[in-house]
Design a protein around this ligand. Structure first.
Ligand SMILES: Cc1ncc(COP(=O)(O)O)c(C=O)c1O
Length: 463
């Protein structure tokens, strides 16, 4: 061993101390094994009111985590325990307080720096890029990458990379109902006027309708709109950005043929193909949704974040940007990258355990069980309430109350009060979104069923 770091992190004494800490934590977590109501609601409410005042607007839910959880359960600061099926909008792939991720986090926290930078990266930086590029490169031409703190920042980097390569082309093709992030330009791409009230428009984006499963002409119609955009903007379209399964837009799915038809035309016109996998990464059955849909060969640029605990943009050799185009002080935090690496190892089975991705993997098993549970409600006690359930892998959504905005918003609050955390997606129909953690077991799905049933009926009976 040549460095002090190798000696320290390889020592048996450190391992024992980490195990002692993880053991302590497991003891403290273990009673968080079912939904429970608050012990002490009043001081919590007072504090939340204060918090909402200083942040200038209410929280979506009256949520303040205590810092402890156990798998799909999370404890709040009022002592209540909730079943968390949204996980910070998809960050906690392994739920709360997973021992393997805690081990990785402890090791990361013992390093010399909390935040790593692009000037002086540590080991995790290389390790994370390596594992991502190796995994992405198996079924695509992606060979290089750049880490960033979050989805929005890596999307900004992706756009700059596409524009630089295809300069002076500037326009962006995107999908109706897409979500791309919250920076000025990502808010411009995001097809939701509510997220850019009062902001100017920059006329940078050309939209295509997403696949409509009810319309047999959907592919042809979208192709002709794409051709029209290309015809009206000769040589001026830098990239086409798409989610392979729309997240915020309503968990909308499309068959590979739909994408192929569009991607072939873009390729012929030298338009960069950029898959935004910020939400789909690690959830659709394979590590990347482009693998699940068999579209890897097309992709020039992919962005990911959320479950990786930081962001990354990966690209082909020909899209490698010139020095100076993308950088920034921060890469990501050491703990984020360490936990991101461990997350990917666990997904791919590089930790010596069974892979969780793949046709027989746990992602598919959880999907089937969770969707069948909702189907049972849909065909049974909630027959008149739930219209649709679907999704892919750990991304599951249902449409209750005909997708009515107010009713769905009410349902989410009632679910929360009854102990289950979910979120919304879609803009008509409005849907209930679940980003399921990979630690869900049958008993959790059973508990979710009871809460869903009770809450759906409760809201159904409201005026
Ligand atoms: C598809 C997609 N793109 C971009 C983003 C933005 O990522 P972040 O919130 O990490 O900036 C999100 C976040 O929800 C997303 O789902």
């Amino acid at each position: 061993m040549s460095t002090n770091s190798e000696k320290f992190f390889g020592s048996t004494r450190l391992k024992e101390q980490i195990e002692a800490l993880v053991g302590e934590l497991k003891n403290a977590q273990k009673s968080l094994d079912k939904v429970k109501s608050a012990n002490d609601p009043e001081p919590y409410k007072t504090y939340l009111n204060h918090l909402q005042t200083i942040r200038g607007r209410n929280l979506y839910y009256p949520y303040l985590g205590s810092g402890m959880g156990n798998g799909p359960y999370v404890e709040l600061n009022d002592g209540s325990v909730k079943l968390d099926l949204i996980n910070g909008i998809g960050i906690q792939l392994f739920g709360h307080g997973h021992p393997e991720l805690i081990r990785a986090a402890i090791r990361g926290s013992l390093q010399d720096v909390v935040m790593q930078g692009n000037l002086q990266p540590n080991q995790e930086y290389g390790e994370l890029l390596d594992i991502l590029i190796e995994a992405a490169g198996k079924k695509s031409r992606l060979k290089k990458g750049w880490i960033g703190t979050c989805g929005t920042i890596v999307n900004e980097n992706a756009l700059k990379i596409a524009r630089q390569k295809n300069s002076p082309a500037r326009k962006i093709i995107a999908m109706e109902n897409c979500f791309a992030g919250r920076s000025t330009l990502m808010a411009e791409i995001t097809d939701n006027a509510e997220y850019r009230v009062g902001l100017p428009r920059y006329n940078e984006v050309l939209y295509l309708p997403f696949f409509d499963k009810k319309d047999p002409q959907s592919i042809q119609k979208t192709v002709s709109i794409l051709q029209k955009h290309i015809g009206e903007n000769p040589g001026n379209i830098a990239c086409f950005v798409f989610e392979l399964l729309q997240g915020e837009g309503g968990f909308n799915l499309a068959p590979p043929e739909y994408f192929k038809a569009l991607l072939d035309i873009c390729k012929m016109n030298k338009i960069a193909l950029w898959a935004d996998e910020i939400q789909t990464f690690s959830r659709t059955g394979e590590l990347f949704a482009f693998e699940t849909l068999g579209l890897g060969e097309y992709i020039d640029i992919v962005t990911l974040a959320k479950t990786a605990q930081c962001g990354a943009v990966l690209y082909t050799e020909e899209y490698n940007p010139k020095p100076g185009l993308i950088a920034g002080t921060f890469t990501a935090s050491t703990v984020s990258m360490a936990v991101g690496i461990q997350t990917i190892k666990m997904l791919l089975g590089l930790d010596g355990q069974k892979p969780l991705v793949g046709p027989e993997g746990k992602i598919h098993q959880i999907h089937k069980k969770f969707v069948s549970m909702i189907e049972e409600l849909k065909n049974g006690s909630c027959k008149k309430i739930i219209q649709e359930v679907g999704g892919l892998g750990l991304m599951v959504a249902m449409t209750p109350f005909e997708g009515n905005k107010e009713k769905v918003a009410k349902l989410l609050q009632v679910l929360y009060q009854n102990g289950l955390i979910a979120f919304t997606c879609g803009h008509g129909p409005y849907r209930v979104r679940f980003l399921l953690p990979l630690v869900l077991e049958d008993k959790h799905i059973e508990e979710a069923k009871l809460i869903l049933e009770k809450s759906l009926i409760e809201v159904g009976e409201m005026k």
